[in-house]
Design a protein. Structure first.
Length: 242
């Protein structure tokens, strides 16, 4: 396993993408850092992590054998890899909050940001960024955020955790190659936060409505049953409120 460890960098995703320009890298090459100064989340949000306390890293997946319409399957594979790893640490009540936040007891403990290099309508490379709150205990102003140490009451070895995460990531990509996506979709929806439960949603104009999550489409849109019909929403069209 090729692991590049950095003391600090602005973003492990950015570092790995720059490294790809003139360096031959192994499949599942990892770039990890003790301190990410400008970590990124979904839709340009910032991922804040205390120095040396958490896992902030990116993984290279070469030629993931996915067409453009099935990019969301990468989110499924990565989310399941994280959940399975955390189950090995007995983290309670794990869930995947669409599209790719990992929760424990309604508290966010991990996030994912995937960036793809496209060539001739296929994904040539995927840079998979993962931020996982491990030993940090204070999250100023973030009441719905927690860490493994806060949840389990003990510190976690981040190097060991990183290796287990990569092993599970490799496992799920092999499973996809061997069995296809059907079993993965079913497993993802079994962990989907608020699936088949009435929930409150917010539209971009701040309108609130109640609906029931009915899974995710192949393109990664959230299917929500409303009074008159079941509609599909992408990330920019809908916010799921707690």
């Amino acid at each position: 396993m090729q692991i590049i460890k950095l003391n600090a960098t602005d973003s492990t995703n950015n570092y790995l993408k720059q490294l790809l320009i003139d360096t031959a890298l192994e499949d599942f090459c990892v770039v990890a850092t003790n301190h990410q100064t400008k970590g990124k989340g979904q839709m340009g949000s910032e991922w804040i992590s205390e120095k040396g306390k958490n896992l902030t890293f990116s993984v290279l997946k070469t030629k993931p054998s996915l067409g453009l319409r099935r990019q969301f399957l990468l989110n499924i594979l990565v989310s399941l890899s994280i959940v399975k790893t955390l189950e090995g640490y007995n983290v309670p009540n794990l869930a995947i909050k669409w599209p790719n936040d990992i929760l424990s007891d309604h508290h966010k403990i991990a996030g994912i940001l995937i960036e793809n290099l496209i060539k001739t309508n296929r994904i040539e490379y995927s840079v998979i960024g993962i931020g996982l709150n491990v030993n940090q205990e204070l999250f100023k102003g973030l009441s719905k955020v927690s860490s493994l140490k806060s949840i389990l009451g003990m510190p976690i070895d981040t190097d060991e955790l990183l290796h287990k995460l990569i092993e599970n990531l490799q496992y799920y990509f092999r499973l996809f190659a061997d069995t296809g996506e059907g079993i993965l979709n079913t497993e993802y929806e079994s962990y989907l936060f608020r699936n088949d439960k009435p929930s409150t949603f917010e539209l971009p104009d701040q309108t609130l409505f109640t609906g029931i999550i009915r899974g995710v489409t192949d393109a990664g849109k959230l299917r929500v049953q409303m009074e008159d019909a079941t509609k599909e929403f992408d990330l920019k069209e809908l916010k799921l409120l707690y």
